[in-house]
Design a protein around this ligand. Structure first.
Ligand code: SF4
Ligand code: SF4
Length: 134
């Protein structure tokens, strides 16, 4: 199974090999979707974990035990591509590269891997064709 999580590190953990531990000790595949970590200041990481349910639970317990705040991404954005008029309103509010207008065709594309689950696009779409699929 896969799980997308958002991690907030306190300053004293920003130099710890946390993703290495998740891989080696908990046998998890880790895919870093977004990172903002500076030594000795708070760090953020959007991470996709892949592994057995038990290993993901153990890995998350490890993170929480060492003091990392773990938030779960519960949003699954659905985009009705056929109804889209490619106006770009959603791209203006999207904080990641999940929603993009192609610079040649001016057609919208959606990459779920990049989505942070903020839901800003849902409100921004004038046709209301972006929804939370969960
Ligand atoms: S939920 Fe947020 S990050 Fe995801 S596509 Fe919409 S605006 Fe972009
Ligand atoms: S705001 Fe709605 S109609 Fe406009 S490009 Fe985005 S999904 Fe398509």
């Amino acid at each position: 199974m896969k799980k997308k999580i958002f991690l907030i590190f306190p300053p004293h953990l920003t130099d710890q090999p946390i993703t290495y531990t998740l891989i080696k000790k908990y046998d998890l595949k880790t895919n870093i979707l977004r990172a903002s970590i500076n030594y000795n200041t708070q760090g953020n990481l959007l991470l996709e974990l892949e592994g057995t349910k038990e290993n993901i639970s153990s890995g998350i317990r490890y993170l929480e035990n060492i003091g990392v705040k773990v938030d779960f991404i519960h949003t699954e954005i659905k985009w009705d591509e056929k109804a889209c008029i490619h106006c770009g309103a959603c791209t203006a509010v999207c904080p990641s590269d999940a929603l993009k207008l192609d610079s040649n065709s001016w057609l919208l594309s959606f990459n779920a891997e990049e989505c942070l689950g903020c839901k800003l696009c849902i409100k921004a779409c004038p046709l209301k064709i972006i929804t939370n699929g969960l």
